[in-house]
Each structure stands twice: as C-alpha cells, then as structure tokens.
Design a protein around this ligand. Structure first.
Ligand code: URP
Ligand code: ZN
Ligand code: ZN
Length: 455
C-alpha cells in the first residue's frame, strides 16, 4: 500500500517545511518536495498541517479501580484516541499482589490486543515490590517493558508504595535502564483532611480538592525528587499539577538531575473552581485541578522546557459511577477523560499562539517517543511508522460529547472551543479517522516493545 500526501506543511519537533510525504507499507518512505510519483494514490493536504501522531503515555482503559472499572474498554479508548490524532497509547497494567511484571502485562495484553485500534504499550504500576519483582526488571527489558509507576497514595486501596520501595525501585532502574514514574501525593495528610471533612459533614466534590491541597502534592514531588537525587536515577513525575512541585522540578533540573515532568490538558485548562460546579464530581481526579497560580506555573514550565510531556491520564467514569459519591466525595471514582482532546487542545493552543506547533509536537509525540523508547514513532521522517495526523488550522470546533468517541456519557470538555481540528489520522499508513468518522478496526493496534530512554 502506497500513497502520497501532497502540498501539506510537515511539522516536526524541530522543523516546519512545506513538503510531501510518501507512505509505503505502513512506513514513511520519503519526505521532500516534488516527490512526483504519478502511479500512486494522492491525498491533497493543501492548507493542512502534517504532524506525527500523538503518543498518549498515560491512560487507564477498562481498569479496575476504586471498586469499579473505568468506563472505556480498550476498543472504545483507542477508538477515541484515533479520532483525536493519538496513534500510540501507553496504558497502565496494575500489578496485583504476588504477580510478576510480564505476567500482569500478558494478562492486560490479552484483553487489549483484540480490541486495540491504534498501537499500544504498557507501563507497569507496581504495588508489591518483592525481590522477585526487582529481579524481573531485567527480563522485562527483553519483553520491551521499561517503565514503572509507583503510587505514593491510594494507601487504603492497597496500591501505595513507601519510601523504601521508591528507593529500591530507583536503584534497580539505574541498573537496568528502566524509568520510574511516581504519582506524587502525601497520603497521610490527605487521609487526615478527609477524616476532618467527613466528620464535619463537608461531603461535596469541593472537599475532594480541599483534602488534596497544593502542598500535599508538592511534598510528595519533593520527596520523590529527593530519592531520585540520592540514588542518581532518573525520575518521571506523572500528572504534575502544582506550582511548588513545578519549582522543585526546575531546581533539580538546574542542578543537573534528570527529572521528567508530565502534565495533562485538564490541569492546563481547568482550575479547582470546577469543583464548585453542580457537576463538580465529574471532575474528580487525583491529583485534583489546582488554583490559577499552579496552572500558570505549568504553562511557564512548558515555555521553559521543564514539562517534558503532556498526557491525559484518561480514566473516565460514567455519570452513574460518579454519582456514587453524590453525598460523599470519597466514593467518587477518581479519573477524567481526555484521550480525544489531548492533541486537538494542545494544537489549538499552538494555533492561538500560546506555544509553537513544534513545541506541541515535542510534548505530545517526540518526547514521549524518546523517553519511553518508541523508536518508530514521534516524527515525520523516512523509516518511521506512518502514524500521521492531518490538521486543519482554520476549523472552528466546539467539543461536545456527541462528537466524541469514548463510551462515556459526558465529557468534562463539553462546550470548550478549539481553533483548528484533526481531519485525518493514519495508523501505520491505515486511515483510522477522517472528517469526524472513525474508520479503524479492533485488533489493528500492535504492542510496541520499548527500547529505553533516548533523552
Ligand atoms: O484520578 C486519577 N488520576 N485516576 C487514575 C489513576 C491515577 O492516579 O492515575
Ligand atoms: Zn496517578
Ligand atoms: Zn493515571
């Protein structure tokens, strides 16, 4: 299968050039001007931008969590991904007590593989860090698994890792080339606040935010950075949402430490004010959206190159599931949707001039490819997979749930206006989305073996 994308503007992390892209058998065969090939099918991209597909390096699809399961199956989640220009998804495989790394990934892959509409890989969320598991880091490299998430919270759910676990995992990651990621929040402070609020009958979603204040996240960011410095291992902080934590990352980076910070579109667009809304519980996720100063600090971190990636933490729960916590915020399943909004939102911000298109590509595609070792992804270059997004910067698009492709019955992004929108997505050369319609198929997505950090 061969086709030529003509007359578009190719945007990579470091270049913006009007040139054509020749796709052959799922790969980018050539990029250049006047790639004249009369015998191949042509896609006219006049007026459009030609971008590498986004990599959403943080999703939770059909994930057992908070006593229920997140609302998007691997099919629905990757369908929504395709329709938002995401061509690779990193999902979290959560270890259950006693399970090995490859075992838990094999289990999740058996669910994901027949359903995936775009390519995928896994991070393993470790919850039981035994000596056997630490030893298995090496075999996992062979399997193509090189990233682990440690929850510093969710103590009562049995997911939390303590400081000794964090230390041990960081040490082991240095020996094996793996990367440790942390969900940083202080569990004791949060539990203390929860107890106090519930005792006072303060049960609305607003108290979810107040129970997990800026300092509860910042303390854990700083603690994780401390252990990264102590061990000399690189560290990846997922869903960073607070100003003080951002400053701690800046300080550590300026001292020469390798600290990657990920944030999410919801922290860049919404503030804690959402928890005062009637539908506030739909926005309940952890860490929660923070105040304006934190949001400003995240945007500043993007400008300064201190935020390495933008990912979604896509973990939707239906209205019915969220309503379990109508009278008690601790019963609201934690998580929000965003997989279909990641690239359109960041590109819209680029289109409005808040960052360059190259920077949006760096954050959403190039850096996740390089950090997680997806050697075939992240750029429109000969030899890479033909994961290509066509983007029309002139479209005015308003997000409404009826235009989204998740299985969830609402979106927190309802009514948000975007400047420009994705018009086509190709996954390894196959058209999976065009002009609002999903054209992909379950089972198309392939497991990506990760090759380790390139930056
Ligand atoms: O609220 C969230 N973020 N839910 C998903 C699990 C996690 O902590 O990333
Ligand atoms: Zn998390
Ligand atoms: Zn998450």
């Amino acid at each position: 299968m061969k086709f030529l994308i003509k007359n578009g503007t190719v945007i990579n992390s470091d270049s913006t050039v009007k040139e054509d892209v020749l796709v052959c058998d799922g790969k980018i065969a050539a990029v250049g001007t006047n790639l004249c090939n009369d015998s191949v099918e042509t896609v006219d991209a006049t007026g459009k931008y030609v971008l590498p597909g986004a990599i959403d390096s943080h999703t939770h699809l059909q994930m057992p969590f908070n006593g229920t399961v997140s609302a998007d199956s691997y099919f629905a989640g990757t369908r929504a991904a395709a329709c938002g220009g995401v061509t690779t998804v990193f999902d979290f495989a959560i270890q259950r007590k006693g399970m090995g790394i490859c075992q838990i990934v094999q289990e999740r892959d058996a669910l994901c593989s027949p359903q995936a509409c775009v390519d995928y890989s896994f991070h393993v969320a470790l919850t039981d860090l035994t000596d056997e598991v630490l030893a298995e880091f090496k075999d996992a490299v062979e399997y193509g698994l090189m990233s682990y998430k440690l929850f510093m919270v969710y103590k009562k759910d049995g997911l939390m890792m303590n400081d000794a676990d964090i230390y041990k995992a960081l040490e082991r990651s240095k020996e094996t080339g793996a990367l440790i990621a942390v969900h940083a929040e202080n569990p004791d402070i949060i539990d203390m606040n929860i107890e106090k609020f519930l005792k006072n009958g303060q049960t609305s979603a607003w108290y979810h935010y107040l129970s997990r204040p800026e300092y509860a996240e910042a303390e854990a960011d700083k603690r994780a950075i401390h252990w990264a410095k102590t061990t000399g291992a690189p560290l990846y902080i997922v869903h960073l949402a607070n100003e003080d934590g951002m400053n701690a990352v800046a300080d550590a980076v300026s001292e020469g430490y390798t600290i990657y910070a990920e944030t999410c579109p919801q922290y860049l667009y919404f503030t804690s004010d959402v928890y005062k809304r009637e539908d506030g519980r739909n926005f309940v996720c952890s860490p929660p959206m923070k105040g304006q100063a934190s949001q400003d600090a995240l945007w500043d971190g993007i400008q300064k190159g201190l935020i390495s990636t933008i990912a979604t933490d896509h973990c939707p729960f239906t209205t019915e599931q969220k309503d379990w916590g109508k009278d008690n915020f601790t019963k609201i399943p934690n998580g929000c949707m965003g997989i279909e909004n990641l690239y359109p939102y960041m590109l819209s911000e680029a289109n409005k001039g808040r960052l360059s298109f190259n920077k949006a590509v760096t954050l959403c595609s190039k850096n996740p490819a390089d950090i997680f070792g997806c050697t075939e992804k992240g750029a429109i270059l000969p030899g890479k997979d033909a994961d290509i997004v066509l983007y029309d910067p002139t479209i005015d698009f308003t997000i409404t749930n009826d235009k989204m492709h998740s299985d969830c019955d609402y979106t927190i992004w309802e009514g948000v206006p975007l400047k420009g929108y994705v018009t086509s997505t190709y996954s390894r050369g196959r058209l999976v989305f065009k002009d609002g319609k999903f054209l992909g198929e379950a089972g198309w997505g392939e497991f990506q073996k990760c090759a380790g950090r390139k930056i």
